[in-house]
Design a protein around this ligand. Structure first.
Ligand code: RI2
Length: 320
């Protein structure tokens, strides 16, 4: 029940933001494990795996979601009893939620070091990780000002400006298409990430690549705030990040769209910013140039060379 409800809320974006999605999915698995009263180990495993699949299927781009689910499910097949299997899920889910929260705090402190007194910062969409850096810099007494975009079609910019307003940070609210007009007034761009690929490309809210392109042209630094679990291990074996395309009705009401028979509304939720347009990725383990993404995947997600071989074998077997 909790899993179905959580899945619905993630799909409809009532729960959104890559980090929050991951934590909520881990909490739903924890609740499912607790509520699943069976003493039969196979039934328990089957129930947990079905719940994991339901959660992963909700949003295809934010790699934080499958990464979190895999962390929680790791070891389920090795547990000798139902009790230990259940305890394992509960323990790993709690640990993930806690470490995810701690990661945001660490990113805030590391990111804030790269914000100078007097900086004007531009942010796009609503990223907990990105905002934590900005709020921490303000808390440290730096005099900063922010430009926040509207973020069509779901207007996540409204959440951002409310948070910044509550924090007491001077903020300018602009439409997405005004970024280039203001980029020369900006010292630093800070955004979040839904996924980071092995070659340092950042997948984030649609429009991020336009923002980064404008910043690059104006020689404004671009900083990405991303927890290590947003790095995508399977991109090492050539898997591409699936860009979610959401219903056209989010962009244009169906009543209007229906009257325009030659018009198709396209609504990709994310885009890809190449590593060349990114100066730094701030993770909880430190700030790295995007080209070092592989190190994070290897060192912190535990994807050593054997895992890649295993995944590669599975991949080629699928293709046969
Ligand atoms: P945090 C969001 O996706 C935005 O693209 C945001 O930049 C990213 O997740 C990371 O957010 P959506 O759920 O994890 O709004 O830093 O589609 O909060």
């Amino acid at each position: 029940m909790i899993v179905t409800e959580t899945a619905e809320k993630i799909k409809s974006m009532e729960i959104r933001g890559a980090g929050r999605i991951a934590r909520t999915a881990a909490e739903a698995l924890l609740a499912h494990a607790t509520g699943c009263v069976t003493n039969d180990l196979d039934t328990f495993r089957r129930e947990m795996k079905a719940a994991a699949q339901t959660l992963i299927a909700t949003r295809p781009t934010a790699v934080s979601l499958p990464n979190a689910v895999h962390l929680v499910m790791a070891g389920l097949d090795d547990a000798p009893t139902t009790g230990e299997a259940r305890e394992g899920v509960i323990e790993r889910a709690s640990r993930f939620v806690e470490s995810s929260r701690e990661a945001v705090g660490k990113i805030a402190r590391i990111g804030a070091r790269h914000i100078r007194d007097g900086d004007v910062i531009l942010t796009h969409c609503n990223s907990e990780a990105a905002l934590s850096c900005i709020i921490e810099a303000h808390r440290e007494g730096k005099n900063i000002e922010v430009f926040a975009t509207e973020v069509r079609p779901r207007n996540q910019g409204l959440v951002t400006i409310r948070t910044l307003n509550t924090a007491g940070i001077r903020t300018n609210f602009i439409v997405d298409s005004a970024v280039r007009s203001f980029i020369n007034d900006v010292d630093l761009v800070i955004v979040g990430a839904d996924a980071v690929t092995v070659n340092g490309a950042v997948v984030n809210k649609i429009g991020t690549s336009q923002v980064a392109h404008s910043a690059h042209e104006a020689r404004v630094n671009v900083l990405v705030a991303a927890e290590t679990y947003k790095f995508a291990p399977r991109t090492v074996i050539g898997e591409l990040i699936n860009i979610e395309e959401r219903p056209g009705s989010e962009v244009l009401p169906d009543e209007i769209a229906r009257t325009l028979s030659n018009v198709t509304v396209r609504n990709p939720a994310f885009d890809v910013t190449p590593a060349e347009y990114i100066d730094m990725i701030v993770t909880e383990e430190g700030a790295i140039p995007p080209q070092m993404a592989y190190v994070i995947i290897r060192e912190y997600l535990g994807w050593g060379i054997e895992e890649f071989h295993k995944a590669f074998e599975i991949n080629t077997r699928h293709e046969e």
